[in-house]
Design a protein around this ligand. Sequence first.
Ligand code: ADP
Length: 195
Amino acid sequence: MIELLNRIHICVGDITQLTVDAIVNAANESLLGGGGVDGAIHRAAGPRLLEHNRTLGGCPTGLAKITPGFDLVAIGIKHIIHTVGPVWHGDASASLSNTHEDVLLASCYHQTLTLALEHEIKTLAFPAISTGVYGFPKERAAKIAFGHVYHFLTQHPFPQQVTFCCFSQEDAAVYHQVIESRNEWMTSRKRVQPF
Ligand code: ADP
């Protein structure tokens, strides 16, 4: 767990300013831009992104599509992986992974990571998909995000590094707390295992 955590980072800031090979966009099904992180990415990547995305025919919720970074290539962001998170209509009292929204959000992470693997992307940054206007509960989303990224990294060499890019200190604290409690749980499991 500790070794793998060298490959997972948390930062606070604007995802369009990061020094990474690829960033993830929390897009909508049209892939033609919107508010929040989607708007910021379209502004930073420039009008060629919109032109390109008009040819893609949209993207269903839970899936992902990769594009060039367009104007973002100038700062080193070669690719944008657009994924469409679910709008939260779920029952927050349901156990984790048991709502349709949980399954769709997990699929976003899996599909994005699979594209990153196929393109041998070394460094990848995710925003907190679905936790803005789509209303997904933040801690629940962070558990799904971390769980899937962690599991994927145990199985695959790419991406080499994943950053969870949070837009506020409060959001970053949620990720830190999720990772800390998973770390404690893994450590306690190790302790009770026979040698
Ligand atoms: P969604 O529709 O998937 O909920 P939003 O863009 O509304 O997408 O929000 C997703 C997350 O991205 C939220 O946590 C929001 O605070 C965050 N966010 C918004 N702008 C940026 C940005 N420029 N960089 C990183 N994260 C951002």
